[in-house]
Design a protein around this ligand. Structure first.
Ligand code: 5GP
Length: 124
């Protein structure tokens, strides 16, 4: 399957370029983290890599190792910085159509702040 081309006009690319504001939580050379505009939990933060990667598939296949390591370290650092290690948190990365990925720039959701319930909502 041909990977989907990266669209530099996606909303997270605009946030990375500073063209659209965000409520920033963390930034380093590898990643930016900010609060989700439509939170699904008391804490709902998005962590995105600094690079043109459509999805987790694209990122893990194509990104340099330094960025992969830096990105995942940033996810952990954000969670620790928000004091989420205890009582705990959930990570989610939607990849592709079946997962309902809406924004085509890799992002990891961090959910926390309440009991998060079962992992997946059952279909009706
Ligand atoms: P996905 O379904 O692609 O995994 O999640 C996309 C997420 O991006 C959603 O939770 C949505 O609320 C969030 N989102 C979409 N547009 C914006 C925006 O302009 N700013 C912020 N902070 N979050 C956004």
């Amino acid at each position: 399957m041909t990977p989907k081309a990266y669209d530099p006009e996606n909303i997270f690319a605009k946030i990375l370029r500073g063209e659209i504001p965000c409520n920033k939580v963390f930034e380093d050379e590898h990643a930016l983290a900010f609060h989700d505009i439509n939170p699904q939990a008391p804490v709902h933060v998005l962590v995105i890599p600094k690079g043109d990667y459509v999805s987790m598939d694209d990122f893990t296949a194509s990104a340099p190792e330094e960025l992969i390591v830096g990105f995942f370290r940033a996810v952990g650092e954000v969670a620790r910085g928000l004091n989420l290690v205890d009582p705990g948190y959930r990570l989610l990365a939607n990849s592709g159509a079946d997962a309902h990925q809406e924004v085509a720039h890799l992002h990891v959701h961090i959910f926390a702040g309440r009991r998060l319930g079962p992992m997946l909502v059952r279909p009706d």
